[in-house]
Ligand binder design. Structure first.
Ligand code: URP
Ligand code: ZN
Ligand code: ZN
Ligand code: ZN
Length: 454
């Protein structure tokens, strides 16, 4: 035995039980009471929780927009993930334009990550207008382990609803999962024109400029397209209660619709745009209301939303300051490092979710949906030894200076946490311990997704 975690509370998607975990090489060898302590390394984890490494299925590292690149690259992005108990991330391979073949975009992105990643990673394939017709390219990226596609209903990359319908049909035949950024482009454009006409373009108008109705409308259209195609569909970063209700209603009708939300949509509101730091909280879709927060928590608890991911897309305050209006401020926020601690404190300790439920939304469900299960996302013999030692007795006030994003700020500054990540193991290797990053660039591996019947 290479490693034995002794005396902790093992948290799986089903239960919490006192057990030891034995690791051999990169895999979990055994889980059970009183395992023999003949291991090269024994760690006493009495009073701690052992969770499967979290999976953040929505991150953007070194992503270009115009002249800008996000603050976190593959190295700093995956380093901060390790420090937050996240052992697998899924980023995006996006073609530079509709003329670039999907396989070329994918090859470039894999090359970027290869020597930089500190945790394991997968990729979603962004599909640009017209590329939804190219069955050959879609099939090729799936063969290379990219089993999910990503499309947008807004931005320059947007596909019309009918084109999304065509992609859904292709994906159904190929066994892939289509994921969609949902904000109706016409509604967003119309509102922007109104605000521009009255000179209300300051970043303070960001929430107003991308109304809840735009998200709800796009989710409704996409659910209809998925029903017509007979395909499953996954809605990324749901920010509105109305969107969550549509997903719940479709599921109640028997449709395979899956939804992801983010810590910021659960814990922050649009009041943040009124302050002097509005740019630092500017992301798309925008922050909403306390009532939206409440409905999103409720639908996580009911299982109608299956995943919490962060949409980690970080820009430094200096990069953000370049924005003069809501439409030209770099959009996105850092989040991966605080994902698990926030879900534990504000989910479990405040009675909104159970520990097994946070394992489901942060590990098991993401692994199942994106073809990584049971290698990732669970604590079981034979699975990768991606382990988080979580100390529920550590009280922490979140401060950017203790975190590891190159953006050097957090939207959760000052948040009080009860419990924090003590240590992170990636495939049996200790990569974070008691505040110190111990991993190295290049140790993260690409984990090909497998086609799974959902
Ligand atoms: O504002 C955001 N969320 N930026 C990242 C790109 C996206 O839409 O997810
Ligand atoms: Zn998005
Ligand atoms: Zn509901
Ligand atoms: Zn995103």
């Amino acid at each position: 035995m290479d490693l034995l975690l002794k005396g902790g509370w093992v948290v799986t998607q089903e239960r919490v039980e006192q057990a030891d975990i034995a690791v051999e090489g990169e895999k979990i060898a055994a889980i059970g009471p009183d395992l023999e302590a003949r291991a090269a390394a024994v760690r006493d984890v009495t009073g701690k929780y052992i969770l499967p490494g979290a999976i953040d299925v929505h991150v953007h590292y070194q992503m270009p927009i115009g002249e800008l690149l996000t603050a976190d690259d593959w190295f700093t992005g995956t380093r901060l993930a390790a420090c937050g108990g996240v052992t697998t991330v899924i980023d995006y391979a996006e073609p530079a334009g509709p003329a670039e073949p999907l396989t070329e975009a994918l090859a470039k992105r894999l090359e970027e990550a290869r020597e930089q990643a500190c945790v394991d990673y997968g990729l979603h394939q962004v599909v640009l207008p017209g590329q939804e017709e190219d069955t050959g390219e879609l099939a090729k990226v799936i063969e290379q382990g990219v089993t999910s596609f990503k499309v947008f209903t807004t931005y320059n990359q947007r596909l019309g609803y009918a084109a999304i319908g065509r992609l859904l049909k292709q994906a159904r035949r190929l066994g892939a999962l289509v994921t969609v950024h949902c904000e109706d482009h016409d509604l967003v454009t119309a509102r922007r024109r109104e605000l521009e006409a009255t000179g209300q373009t300051d970043p303070a108008y960001h929430a107003n400029s991308r109304p809840a109705a735009a998200e709800v409308k796009a989710i409704e259209e996409v659910i209809l397209q998925a029903a017509a195609a007979g395909a499953p569909v996954y809605i990324v970063h749901v920010s509105t209660g109305g969107g969550a209700e549509l997903i719940a209603a479709a599921r109640a009708r028997g449709q395979q619709v899956f939804g992801e939300t983010c810590p910021h949509y659960l814990l922050l509101t649009e009041e943040r745009y009124a302050g002097p730091d509005s740019r630092l909280f500017l992301m798309c879709p925008p922050l909403r209301t306390v009532e939206d927060n409440r409905i999103l928590w409720q639908h996580l608890a009911s299982g109608d939303l299956q995943v919490v991911a962060t949409d980690h897309c970080s820009y430094s305050p200096e990069q953000k300051a370049a924005g003069t209006a809501f439409y030209n401020t770099p959009s996105g926020v850092p989040g991966t490092e605080t994902l698990l601690p926030l879900l534990y404190s504000y989910g479990v300790r405040q009675g909104r979710l159970t520990l097994p439920q946070i394992v489901r939304v942060l590990a098991t469900n993401p692994a199942r949906l994106f073809g990584l299960y049971p290698r990732k996302g669970c604590l079981a013999p034979g699975s990768d030894a991606d382990l988080v030692v979580f100390d529920p007795s550590q009280e922490v006030i979140l401060k950017a200076s203790d975190l590891h994003s190159a953006a050097a700020y957090t939207i959760f500054e000052g948040f009080a946490l009860q419990g924090y990540v003590e240590a992170t193991y990636l495939r049996g290797r200790l990569i974070y311990d008691l505040g110190r990053f111990l991993g190295r660039a290049g140790q993260g591996e690409f984990i090909p997704g497998k086609i799974t019947v959902l």
